[in-house]
Write a protein of this length. Structure first.
Length: 316
């Protein structure tokens, strides 16, 4: 396998919470607590897990929008955070984000053309007619028409707006797209169109995706690899086929065991546990039955291999 495009190494993001009383103990929420992930060129890595498990915080750290407490994110082997890291502008050409609700992230008073042009201008990539041509070509690439550039966000349907969100993310020619619930706000009939567009773009532009999704059928459709997060930890990760057909961690089994159940857990409909209330060193479930080889790390949080590209956490 080639060297990873992106590596997340022992990433921790802890938030200090206000004390509950003047003399009460200091409270820290370990939103992300020692996450290791890799993304290879051209692949889609999906992060799944219930609401509040740390998916978005992990994604925001990759985007440079959240400072890590410790750990690092490496792009082609070089740190994206800390001294000597790329500037915000340089970083914008490495990874871009596509949001769940494109309308909220589009300026309602700006035409789509000027939204897309402003990306090129800000980064000095093109101007004048060349910039206009690039905008027209991008609109066509995402399934819209060049004359849509003159319209405002409210003149588009939800699916068209997500196409615009994707176009905006691609204007700087990034290698990585972080897709945060890219289709969950759309009608089911439109979801498939956007998923197909994303898969088509991934292939033609050799893009790499990190996708956060509540929808396991979307994840199954799009992903090459899957990471299952629970309370700030990755509890299982690997090749999607292996994880989906042989889920090993009890939490993954619960997610994948039955789709309606999985949907309920992922959307938080079964009750979202309060991360603060869980003490460190907690154990997820008494029914973890994975055996540890004597030579393997005694660190309870270590991921152990259960297949050629499939690892599982012994306990959290
Ligand atoms: N800036 C912050 N300050 C304090 N707590 C935060 C902050 N950002 C996130 N959190 C908390 O960190 C935990 C992880 O949040 P995160 O948004 O990463 O979860 P998520 O898995 O993406 O959930 P969802 O699917 O609901 O978006 C949550 O308990 C959240 O309330």
């Amino acid at each position: 396998m080639t060297a990873p495009l992106l590596e997340i190494r022992d990433l921790k993001v802890h938030f200090n919470l206000p004390r509950q009383s003047l003399l009460g103990p200091r409270r820290v929420l370990r939103a992300v607590d020692g996450v290791n992930l890799t993304l290879h060129e051209g692949e889609c890595l999906s992060i799944v897990g219930e609401s509040g498990c740390g998916k978005s915080t992990t994604a925001l750290t990759v985007m440079g929008l959240q400072e890590p407490t410790s750990g690092e994110v490496l792009y082609k082997g070089k740190p994206l955070n800390g001294p000597g890291a790329p500037s915000r502008k340089q970083r914008a050409r490495i990874a871009q984000m596509v949001f769940q609700d494109p309308y909220a992230s589009l300026n309602p008073r700006q035409t789509i053309g000027s939204t897309l042009l402003s990306q090129l201008k800000l980064h000095g990539l093109a101007s004048g007619s060349e910039a206009q041509d690039r905008v027209a070509a991008m609109l066509k690439r995402v399934g819209l028409q060049p004359d849509h550039a003159r319209r405002f966000p409210h003149e588009f349907s939800g699916g068209q707006r997500q196409r615009i969100g994707i176009a905006r993310a691609l204007m700087l020619d990034p290698q990585i797209l972080v897709l945060d619930e890219p289709v969950s706000a759309l009608d089911v009939s439109i979801q498939a169109q956007i998923i197909n567009l994303l898969m088509d773009l991934q292939e033609t532009l050799r893009l790499s995706y990190i996708m956060i999704s509540h929808d396991l059928s979307v994840v199954e459709h799009v992903s090459d690899r899957v990471a299952v997060m629970y309370f700030g930890h990755v509890v299982e990760e690997g090749d999607w086929h292996s994880v989906f057909t042989r889920p090993t961690h009890p939490y993954t089994r619960r997610l994948i065991g039955s789709v309606p159940d999985a949907e309920a857990i992922l959307t938080g409909a079964r009750g979202v546990p309060d991360g603060v209330a869980i003490p460190s060193g907690r154990s997820f479930s008494p029914d973890i039955s994975i055996r540890r080889d004597p030579g393997q790390s005694s660190e309870p949080s270590a991921l152990v291999p259960v297949g050629s590209d499939h690892r599982v956490r012994l306990a959290i």
